[in-house]
Ligand binder design. Structure first.
Ligand code: TZP
Ligand code: MG
Length: 217
């Protein structure tokens, strides 16, 4: 069965091998799944990023864990890898392959997410058949060195006022403390790297994000 996009509240965890410090990424992912994440995106970046067969094996290991918890497994950027291992979805940015072409390649059942920074880009993503858009960075982030200037919550507010039914996932510097504001702006989800990947108690941190939803919505 295809795992389609789940609406509110999405606690959307993103991770690659460079994000978990001294901890094994699969251990961190398992703890995040135990804590109740709703989505997982493999985003393998950086100087020491896995490639080739090593990346494929790591992706399959992540996929297997996600399957055990019924959580959609989404791959960042790499459409070929997503096709090859039959991932549940793909997330692409504005610099990647055109969203409409990716939708065509993957067919209607896979999840397609697109990073956008404006209502115009959101309109294009909708036209291309995106299931959700990622908007950010909402707050300052240390994880993505080439991230744009933080947009605050205005981007989310403006996209939601034009497309009330389009799932919007905020990203960038989101913590359990500031997540309330992201929910209050109308986001269906929070996408998080460091605040979960580097938490001392990963499962507990995920639960704090879930609690923030009840406060902010
Ligand atoms: N896109 C915009 S900000 C960002 C990405 C991938 C990084 C988010 O990481 P963190 O650690 O949750 O700020
Ligand atoms: Mg990209």
């Amino acid at each position: 069965m295809a795992l389609k996009f789940i609406n509110k509240p999405s606690i959307y965890f993103i991770m690659g091998t460079e994000n978990t410090g001294t901890r094994h990424p699969l251990t961190v992912l398992k703890e995040a799944l135990e804590g109740g994440i709703s989505h997982f995106q493999l985003r393998e970046k950086g100087q020491f990023a896995l490639t080739g067969d090593e990346l494929k094996q790591f992706a399959k290991d992540c996929q297997q864990l996600c399957r055990a918890y019924g959580v959609p497994f989404i791959i960042n950027d790499d459409v070929e890898l997503a096709e090859e291992i039959n991932a549940d979805g793909i997330h692409i940015g504005q610099e990647d392959e055109e969203a409409a072409a990716v939708r065509k390649r993957l067919g209607p059942d896979k999840i397609l997410g697109v990073s956008v920074h404006s209502v115009q880009e959101a309109a294009e993503a909708v036209g291309a058949g995106a299931d959700y858009v990622g908007m950010g960075p909402v707050f300052p982030t240390y994880t993505k060195s080439d991230a744009k200037k933080p947009a605050g919550l205005v981007g989310i507010l403006s996209v939601k006022s034009t497309y009330p039914n389009l799932p919007v996932i905020g990203i960038g510097g989101i913590t359990p403390e500031n997540a309330e504001n992201v929910w209050a702006a109308g986001a269906e989800g929070v996408a998080v790297i460091s605040s979960i990947a580097q938490a001392e108690d990963v499962a507990h941190q995920v639960k704090l994000f879930s609690h923030s939803y009840k406060k902010g919505a």
